[in-house]
Design a protein around this ligand. Structure first.
Ligand code: ACO
Length: 456
């Protein structure tokens, strides 16, 4: 190709969430837990869910179809299609191969990429693969698409209200309005049994809730400190959170994200000189000798830095929680639902030139912090306006969803659980409740082959 590509990043985003949800206040009552436990304690308002009519293939097909149509994408202009998911329904055949049905009918089959899996991190790994490809010597001048999606369901019990479902599709290429910073990605990867899915006959994970929170926060500490170190090499004036206009996180539930922003402030505090601490963090000197490792569940540290970071949270993070609060955890799509939520909270003019930090976490564990800049070029400005407009359209569907009582939600979950491994199988979930344009499962035959249709 010769010419070096510039401003590689996200050109367009579309997303899909299910048409049905359960209200978390109703769920508190149904589960007979104290009022406020899910809504205040976890910070969740509503939880999206699918019946047996939808699976990971249909979810991803719906998101991809929307991205292709809304952006008038020439299928032959796509050279790479990556999928990130942890919703595994086939140990061999990729979700990407199903998505190819949308391309193959037009003869577009020269498309690299397959699925990537590690809990909620797969979408980020898929995104990095796409960005790296465009920046590499293998690039042939075409664009890439990344689809990240999951159905997050838990067995009855305390984890169930942290479920959700959805998929995000992103168009990747040069001269993008959302540009990835080079050379500052900071990863932390290690082994942990905090959340995992070893039982292939069940849709539910094994979860050690408390350990998963500790793993998430320690991954955040590690990624953030390394990210700051790498940023300071590029920009010696980089001042951590104060130098970022937005700070976005993978969102298992909103309260953890508020605690995470406080944790970032605690890290800035620990990294500051004693003199700077007095200026920037007045009244917090009693925490001078606290360590990261011993404070994951330290209520005093948590409370003090939640209070300190309250305004920072309102400004830099809260706008990113709109989808997460109303749909729940979309696993691999969660962070990108956060990005979409943040973008629609502002006008393009307010976003130009801004820098965001993003923290991606997948149990098990894999995590990375990286940054995105909103490009200042004139042409990027119009692309950004288009991107935000189409997100407004997609997100307006949140208000068109159907609220389902918890009894019905629980019955639908029971149907999914009972039939998870059944073949042949014809789903019983109604088609009329789906949004127009949604792909759905028609049947699974005796060879476990799945067929899909699209609602008009
Ligand atoms: N009003 C207000 N708050 C309340 C009330 C009430 N009536 N009752 C309880 N709470 C608060 C609790 O104090 C607690 O707050 P805290 O986190 O500040 O301590 C919060 O509600 C949750 O209640 P707990 O009893 O601590 O937790 P529970 O045992 O219900 O489980 C958990 C919560 C661990 C998050 C569970 O839902 C879970 O396992 N989820 C899946 C795992 C997960 O999401 N992990 C995060 C990272 S990994 C990933 O992304 C999958």
């Amino acid at each position: 190709m010769g010419n070096k590509v510039e401003n590689v990043g996200i050109l367009a985003i579309d997303l899909y969430f299910p048409s049905q949800y359960v209200d978390q206040t109703d769920l508190e009552e149904y589960d007979e837990v104290a009022a406020g436990k899910y809504t205040i304690g976890l910070g969740q308002s509503n939880m999206g869910f699918c019946s047996d009519r939808e699976d990971i293939n249909s979810l991803c097909m719906t998101a991809l179809h929307r991205l292709l149509k809304r952006n008038n994408i020439d299928l032959h202009d796509i050279g790479r299609l990556e999928v990130g998911t942890e919703t595994i329904i086939d140990k061999s055949k990729s979700v990407k191969s199903f998505l190819m049905t949308l391309f193959a009918k037009e003869g577009a089959t020269d498309i690299e990429g397959i699925d990537t899996t590690n809990a909620c991190y797969g979408g980020t790994a898929a995104l990095f693969n796409a960005i790296n490809w465009v920046e590499s010597s293998s690039w042939d001048g075409r664009k890439a698409i990344v689809v990240a999606g999951d159905i997050a369901v838990y067995g009855k019990g305390p984890a169930r209200p942290t479920g959700g479902a959805g998929a995000v599709a992103m168009l990747i290429g040069p001269d993008a309005p959302l540009v990835f910073d080079c050379g500052v990605r900071a990863s932390y990867m290690t082994h942990a049994y905090d959340f995992y899915k070893p039982d292939l006959s069940s849709e539910f994970p094994y979860v050690d809730g408390k350990l998963s929170i500790q793993c998430y926060l320690s991954a955040l500490d590690n990624c953030y400190n390394l990210f700051c170190k790498k940023m300071r090499k590029v920009d010696p004036e980089f001042k951590g959170l104060l130098s970022l206009d937005g700070m976005l996180f993978h969102t298992p539930y909103c309260k953890l994200v508020q605690k995470s922003l406080a944790r970032v402030s605690f890290n800035d505090f620990l990294n500051a000189s004693l003199e700077d601490r007095e200026k920037q963090f007045p009244g917090l000197s009693q925490f001078d000798n606290h360590s990261r490792e011993e404070t994951y569940f330290d209520r005093e540290v948590e409370k003090a830095f939640m209070t300190y970071s309250k305004d920072l949270f309102e400004e830099k993070t809260k706008p990113s929680l709109h989808i997460a609060r109303n749909v729940g955890n979309m696993y691999t799509a969660s962070l990108y639902g956060g990005l979409a939520s943040y973008l629609i909270s502002k006008s393009p003019d307010q976003l130009i030139g801004k820098k965001f930090g993003l923290f991606s976490y997948g149990s098990g564990l894999a995590s990375t912090m990286y940054s995105i800049n909103i490009c200042k070029d004139m042409s990027a400005g119009s692309k950004l306006a288009k991107l935000i407009n189409s997100l407004h359209d997609s997100l307006s569907m949140l208000d068109k969803r159907i609220c389902v009582p918890p009894t019905e939600f629980s019955e639908i979950m029971d149907v999914r659980t009972k039939n998870y491994h059944t073949a042949p199988y014809e789903p019983s979930g109604p088609i009329d409740v789906l949004f127009p344009g949604t792909y759905y499962l028609v049947k699974i035959d005796d060879q476990r082959r799945r067929t899909y249709n699209r609602k008009d």
